[in-house]
Ligand binder design. Structure first.
Ligand SMILES: Cc1cc2nc3c(=O)[nH]c(=O)nc-3n(C[C@H](O)[C@H](O)[C@H](O)COP(=O)(O)OP(=O)(O)OC[C@H]3O[C@@H](n4cnc5c(N)ncnc54)[C@H](O)[C@@H]3O)c2cc1C
Length: 543
C-alpha cells in the first residue's frame, strides 16, 4: 500500500533524526516523513533525570540488543541498550554532555570527511546550544540561543562530588569549570542535557517544536524494513505497522538515522553492503559496498566501587524513606537527587604527561550500586562511590551484519574489543590513572573499604586481565557507515551520501569516521545539524 509521496523520508526519530525532521521541515517548502519504530516518549521515567535505571532495560522503549561473545573481553557477551522511542537513545541515555576533543574532528577531516574539522564543528555546536549555568556573580544565567539545553546542575549534586575535584587537585590533575569550554582538560562537574529538572532529549529540543507543522508527518510504531532502490536511486521505503505493510515514496532523498546498529542493518537488508553477505542471505545486490557495517567503534570503561566513611548519595536513595523524600522533593520542586543524572563528576585526563592531549575519560559518581540480571541498577544501602576510566580513542574495529533477511531479526554485533596492542596498552594506562586517583589523599581519607577486586595491588598484566574481565560498553557504538574518501574505505562521502546510490544519506552516529573522545550524543546532534544544511544546500542547487 502506498501511503504517500514526500520530498524527504527520515528513518528513525533519535538524536539525529529529530534534528533533521525539524530543519528540513522548517521552511515549509518540503514535505517530510519521519518514521520511528518506537512510540511516545511521554513517560515518567524518561523525563526524570535519575530515571535512567528504569529505562535501561525496559522493552517498551529499548531495543535491548546483545553483542556476541567477545574474545577481547574473555569471551563475554554484553547487553547493548538502544532507544526505541521518540528521541531514540537520547531518551534513555545518561545525559552527560560532551562535545568531544578538537583532535577527534581533525582526524575526521584527515580521513576524508572534508569540512568536519574542529573549527567547523565548533561553530555548529555554538549554534545548537543554550547553556543554563552560573555566572561570575554566582547567579544562574542562560547563554546561547540554540534549542539544546545544556545545564550546570552542580547546585543539585551531592556534596560528596566535591571530593573528586579535591582528589584531582591533590594529584596535580587539572580541574576545569566545563570540559566543553576553552579548558577541555581536567575533571569538572558534568553538564547535562536537562532543562529545569527534566531530561532534554533530541525529541524535546527539535521534534516537539516542529510537530505541529503541516508539512511534517510523523509515523510511530512503524518498523522500516528496507529502502526501495530503483536503477541506483533510493525512491522510498517499505515499513510495517503491525501486520500491515506500507510504502512511502521520496522524490528527493531517503535519509537513514536509525543509529549505528540499525542503519547498516537497513542498508544490508536493502541490498547495499558486502556482496558475500548479501548473497549468503539471498538479498538482491543493489550496490556492493564492502564497508557497510564494518568499522564499528565503541568505548569501554572499567569501574571500581568503594565503601565510604562519610555520606554519599546512597544515604539518600539507598532506602525507601529517602527515596520517598527525594520523590516528593522532585514532584514539588523539580530539584533534589532525582533531578541530576547518575554521572556527576568526570573529565578528560592525560594517561601520561608526555601524551599530546587527554586520552582517558574519567567518571566519578557519589554512589555505588549493583546491576542484577534484571538489568535495573540497585543502589547500595551503605555509603559508597564509584571511580571509572575509559580510554578515549580505541583503534579496534568491530562489525555489524544481518543475521538473516528478516528485518525483525536482530543483527549480529561483534565489537572485537581490545584487538589492537594500542587498546590493550591504553587499558593498562587508564587503569593506572584509576589507581592514582584512588590513592590520592582525599580519596584515601574518605574510603572505608575498597570493594573487591582491589585494583591497587595489580601489576600491568593483572590490570589488563582485570579490564578484559570487567570492562563494559559505555553505549557509544558508532562508525558503522563511516564517512571517508571512497567506496573502498568508507560508506559515505563527506556530505553523508551513500557511495554509488543517488538520493540516499546516512545521518547518525554510524557516520563518524572515528569515535569521538567522549560521550556521543552531542556529536551526533551536531552532525545532524550540519547534515541538514547540506541536504538543503543540495536541494537549492538542484532547483
Ligand atoms: C544507555 C545509554 C546511555 C548513554 N549515555 C550517554 C550520555 O550520557 N551522553 C552521551 O552523549 N551519549 C550517551 N549515550 C549515547 C548516545 O545517546 C547515542 O550515541 C546517540 O543517541 C545516538 O544517536 P543516533 O541518532 O545515532 O541513534 P538513536 O538515537 O539510537 O536513534 C535511532 C532511532 O532509529 C529508530 N530505528 C532504528 N531502526 C529502525 C527501523 N528499522 N525503523 C524505524 N525506526 C528505527 C530507533 O528506534 C531510534 O529511535 C548513551 C546511550 C545509551 C544507549
Amino acid at each position: 500500500m502506498i501511503t504517500g509521496n514526500y520530498d524527504y523520508i527520515i528513518v528513525g526519530a533519535g538524536s539525529a533524526g529529530c534534528v533533521l525532521a525539524n530543519k528540513l521541515s522548517e521552511s515549509g517548502r518540503h514535505k517530510v516523513l519521519l518514521v520511528e519504530a518506537g512510540g511516545t516518549d511521554r513517560k515518567f521515567w524518561i523525563k526524570v533525570p535519575l530515571g535512567y535505571g528504569f529505562t535501561f532495560s525496559d522493552p517498551k522503549v529499548n531495543w535491548r540488543y546483545n553483542a556476541e561473545n567477545d574474545p577481547g573481553l574473555n569471551g563475554r557477551g554484553a547487553y547493548w541498550p538502544r532507544g526505541r522511542v521518540l528521541g531514540g537513545s537520547s531518551s534513555i541515555n545518561a545525559m552527560a554532555y560532551s562535545r568531544g576533543l578538537p583532535h577527534d574532528f581533525e582526524d575526521w577531516e584527515a580521513s576524508g570527511a572534508t569540512g568536519w574539522n574542529w573549527g567547523q564543528v565548533e561553530q555548529a555546536y555554538d549554534a545548537l546550544e543554550i547553556n543554563d549555568e552560573f555566572g561570575a556573580d554566582g547567579k544562574r544565567q542562560v547563554r546561547g540561543d540554540g534549542a539544546l539545553w545544556v545545564s550546570d546542575l552542580s547546585d543539585q549534586m551531592h556534596p560528596f562530588s566535591q571530593r573528586f575535584l579535591q582528589a584531582a587537585q591533590d594529584i596535580g590533575w587539572p580541574v576545569t569549570d566545563n570540559f566543553n569550554g576553552p579548558e577541555k582538560e581536567g575533571l569538572s562537574l558534568i553538564r547535562s542535557t536537562v532543562r529545569k529538572g527534566f531530561r532534554w532529549s533530541s525529541a524535546d529540543a527539535f521534534l516537539r517544536p516542529a510537530k505541529k507543522r503541516s508539512n511534517l508527518h510523523v509515523v510511530t510504531n512503524a518498523l522500516v524494513e528496507k529502502v526501495i532502490v530503483s536503477e541506483g536511486r533510493a525512491t522510498g521505503i517499505r515499513y510495517r505497522i503491525g501486520d500491515k505493510v506500507h510504502e512511502a515514496l521520496a522524490t528527493r532523498e531517503v535519509i537513514l538515522s536509525a543509529g549505528a546498529i540499525n542503519s547498516p542493518q537497513l542498508l544490508q537488508l536493502s541490498g547495499i553492503g558486502p556482496v558475500e553477505l548479501l548473497r549468503q542471505h539471498n538479498i538482491g545486490v543493489e550496490r556492493d559496498l564492502s564497508q557497510v557495517g564494518q568499522g564499528l567503534q565503541d568505548h569501554l570503561a572499567v569501574s571500581h566501587f568503594y565503601q565510604a566513611n562519610e555520606p554519599t548519595l546512597n544515604n539518600r536513595l539507598g532506602n525507601k524513606f529517602g527515596q520517598l523524600l527525594a520523590g516528593m522533593q522532585y514532584v514539588l520542586t523539580r530539584r533534589g537527587p532525582l533531578s541530576v543524572p547518575v554521572n556527576q563528576c568526570g573529565g578528560f585526563i592525560r594517561s601520561d604527561v608526555a601524551t599530546t592531549g587527554p586520552d582517558v575519560q574519567v567518571y566519578c559518581n557519589p554512589a555505588s550500586y549493583s546491576v542484577p540480571a534484571s538489568g535495573q541498577p540497585k543502589m547500595d544501602k551503605e555509603p559508597g562511590f564509584l571511580l571509572s576510566v575509559q580510554p578515549c580513542r580505541p583503534t579496534s574495529r568491530g562489525e555489524i551484519n544481518i543475521a538473516s533477511a528478516n528485518p525483525s531479526d536482530a543483527p549480529i554485533i561483534q565489537p572485537n574489543s581490545l584487538a589492537t596492542e594500542h587498546d590493550q596498552y591504553m587499558a593498562i594506562r587508564a587503569s593506572k590513572l584509576l589507581q592514582k586517583l584512588a590513592t590520592s589523599p582525599t580519596i584515601t581519607k574518605v574510603t572505608q573499604k575498597r570493594v573487591a577486586p582491589d585494583i591497587m595491588t595489580m601489576t600491568d598484566a593483572e590490570l589488563l586481565d582485570n579490564f578484559r574481565a570487567r570492562a563494559g560498553t559505555v553505549f557509544h557504538p558508532s562508525c558503522t557507515c563511516r564517512m571517508g574518501r571512497d567506496a573502498t574505505d568508507s560508506v559515505l562521502d563527506a556530505r553523508l551520501r551513500v557511495h554509488g546510490i543517488r538520493g540516499l544519506r546516512v545521518v547518525d552516529a554510524s557516520a563518524f569516521p572515528n569515535v569521538t573522545s567522549g560521550n556521543t550524543n552531542a556529536p551526533t546532534i551536531m552532525l545532524a545539524s550540519k547534515a541538514a544544511k547540506m541536504v538543503l544546500q543540495d536541494a537549492e542547487m538542484s532547483v
